[in-house]
Design a protein around this ligand. Structure first.
Ligand SMILES: Cc1cc2nc3c(=O)[nH]c(=O)nc-3n(C[C@H](O)[C@H](O)[C@H](O)COP(=O)(O)OP(=O)(O)OC[C@H]3O[C@@H](n4cnc5c(N)ncnc54)[C@H](O)[C@@H]3O)c2cc1C
Length: 409
C-alpha cells in the first residue's frame, strides 16, 4: 500500500499551495463581501472578475481538473495523489472552484464522461470541463426518505420521443447559480414488477426546460449559501428528449454508485483540509492571546486539546488515503466499505477540530469575523449529504458481518 506522490506531481501540488496562499486567500474577503450587494442569486461584476480571473490564471498554469483521476483528459493523478490536492483546496472556500474541482460538477462530469452519449459530451461535458457552466445533481425529494434511493419517485413517463417528468426535488446544490445550466436527475421509470434496484433511472435535463420552477433556496442553519444555493425545485410536465436518459431505463443505481464513490471521498479530503486550517487558526490564536497572565495555549487542558486534534487529523488522513488506495485498485466493491468509513470519520473529526478552534476564539469564533463558523456549518452538512452517517455505518457493519456468515446481512 503506497501513499506516495510522484515527484512531478509533488511539484504541481507545490504550485497549487502557492497559488492558494498568494492569490486565492488574499481575495476571499473581497469576494465574499460582494454577496448580498444587489441580487443575491447573481454575481456582481467584482465577484465575477475575481472568480473568473483566478480560474483563468489556474487554467493557463495547467492547474486544472485535477479530479479526473482515471481519465486521459486529466493530469493523470491517482486518487491517492488527488487526496493531497483536495486537502489543500479544502482549506479555503474558493479553492476547489478556482481549479475546476468543485462539487457537484466533478461528480456530474464523471457521469457524462463514463455514461454520456457523444452528444452529451460535446454539449455539456466540454463546457463543464472548461469551467464555462455549472451543474446540479437532483436526487433528494422532500416527500420520501432519500437516504434510501429506492424510495425516489419523481415520475418519468415515456410519451413519443420524450419523457415527461413530474415531481419535486430539494437540496439541489448549485442550482441557484446563474451559471448552472444542466441537471442530472434521478427519476422513477419502473414499477413493482421490477427488482427494486431497477426501478430508477438518471436523465439529463437542460435547466431552462419549460415546466421547471425553482421554488426556494433551502437554508443551512439560516444561511442560503447564495449564489450557489441548495434549491427546492418543482417539475411540472417537463418534456425531456428520450435520448437524454442515461444508459437506459432502470440503470439509475448503477450510475449513482459510480458517481457517489469518488464524490464522497473528495468531500472527505476537503474536510481534512478544513480541519487542518482550523487547527492552524486555533494554534495561532492560543499563542497570541493572553488570559490570567498566560497565553491561552498554556491554560487548562489546551495543550491536550491541540494534541488530540493533531492526532485525530492524522488518523483521518491515513484512513482517507487508504480508501483512496482501494479506489485506485479498480474494485469499487472492495473500496466501498472504506469509503463509508471515511465518510463517517472525516466530517466527525473536522467538526470536532473546528469546534475546538471556535472555542479557542471565544465569541469571535462563532461570528462572521473568522471562517470557522462557516466551516462548521458546511462540515455539519456532510454528515447528511451523500448519505447520512447511519447509512454508511450500516455499510461498514455489513461488510464486517459478511466475514462471519453466508447468510444475507
Ligand atoms: C447542504 C446539503 C447539500 C445537499 N446537496 C444535495 C444535492 O446536491 N443533491 C441531492 O440530491 N441531495 C443533496 N442533499 C441531500 C442529502 O443527500 C440527503 O439529505 C440525504 O441523502 C438524506 O436524505 P433525507 O434528507 O431524505 O433523510 P432521510 O432519508 O429521511 O433520513 C433521515 C435520518 O434517518 C436516519 N436513517 C436513515 N437511514 C438509516 C439507516 N439505514 N440506519 C439508521 N438510521 C437511518 C438517519 O439518522 C438519517 O439522517 C444535500 C443535503 C445537504 C444538507
Amino acid at each position: 500500500m503506497n501513499f506516495d506522490m510522484r515527484p512531478e506531481n509533488r511539484d504541481l501540488l507545490d504550485r497549487v499551495v502557492a497559488m492558494i496562499r498568494d492569490e486565492v486567500v488574499p481575495l476571499e474577503d473581497a469576494y465574499h463581501g460582494e454577496i448580498g450587494k444587489g441580487d443575491r442569486w447573481s454575481y456582481t461584476d467584482r465577484q465575477a472578475e475575481i472568480l473568473e480571473g483566478l480560474k483563468a490564471k489556474a487554467k493557463a498554469a495547467g492547474l486544472w481538473n485535477f479530479w479526473l483521476t482515471d481519465s486521459a483528459k486529466g493530469i493523470g493523478l491517482s486518487t491517492v495523489e488527488y487526496a493531497y490536492f483536495a486537502e489543500e483546496m479544502g482549506k479555503t472556500p474558493l479553492g476547489a472552484e478556482v481549479f475546476n474541482c468543485s462539487a457537484p460538477d466533478t461528480g456530474n462530469m464523471e457521469v457524462f464522461e463514463r455514461y454520456g452519449t457523444q452528444a452529451m459530451k460535446d454539449h455539456w461535458l466540454a463546457r463543464l470541463l472548461d469551467g464555462q457552466i455549472r451543474s446540479a445533481y437532483l436526487m433528494t425529494e422532500p416527500d420520501v426518505a432519500s437516504s434510501d434511493a429506492t424510495n425516489i419517485r419523481m415520475s418519468c413517463v415515456r410519451d413519443g420521443d420524450d419523457y415527461v417528468l413530474n415531481g419535486e426535488k430539494w437540496w439541489a446544490s448549485g442550482a441557484g447559480d446563474p451559471r448552472c445550466k444542466v441537471y442530472i436527475v434521478m427519476v422513477k421509470t419502473g414499477g413493482v414488477d421490477l427488482p427494486k434496484h431497477n426501478r430508477q433511472s438518471m436523465i439529463v435535463v437542460d435547466a431552462e426546460t419549460p415546466g421547471i420552477e425553482v421554488l426556494r433556496p433551502m437554508q443551512v442553519y439560516g444561511h442560503d449559501d447564495a449564489p450557489h444555493g441548495h434549491m427546492h425545485i418543482r417539475f411540472s410536465d417537463v418534456r425531456v428528449p428520450a435520448k437524454d436518459l442515461l444508459l437506459g431505463e432502470g440503470r439509475g443505481f448503477e450510475i449513482a454508485q459510480g458517481r457517489l464513490g469518488p464524490g464522497r471521498i473528495h468531500h472527505c479530503m476537503r474536510a481534512i483540509g478544513q480541519a487542518e486550517a482550523a487547527l492552524e487558526q486555533m494554534c495561532r490564536r492560543s499563542l497570541q492571546r493572553e488570559a490570567f497572565g498566560k497565553p491561552l495555549a498554556s491554560l487548562g487542558a489546551n495543550y491536550d486539546i491541540i494534541a488530540e486534534c493533531r492526532m485525530e487529523i492524522e488518523m483521518a488522513r491515513l484512513l482517507c488515503l487508504k480508501a483512496a488506495w482501494y479506489m485506485d485498485q479498480g474494485d469499487k466493491r472492495a473500496a466501498a466499505p472504506w469509503i463509508s468509513q471515511i465518510k463517517v470519520v472525516a466530517p466527525r473529526v473536522a467538526l470536532k477540530v473546528i469546534d475546538e478552534a471556535v472555542q479557542m476564539h471565544g465569541a469571535q469564533g462563532i461570528s462572521q469575523d473568522t471562517p470557522l463558523a462557516n466551516a462548521w456549518t458546511h462540515v455539519r452538512t456532510l454528515r447528511l449529504a451523500d448519505g447520512p452517517d447511519a447509512v454508511h455505518r450500516r455499510q461498514v457493519a455489513r461488510a464486517e458481518l459478511r466475514r462471519y456468515t453466508q447468510e444475507p446481512v
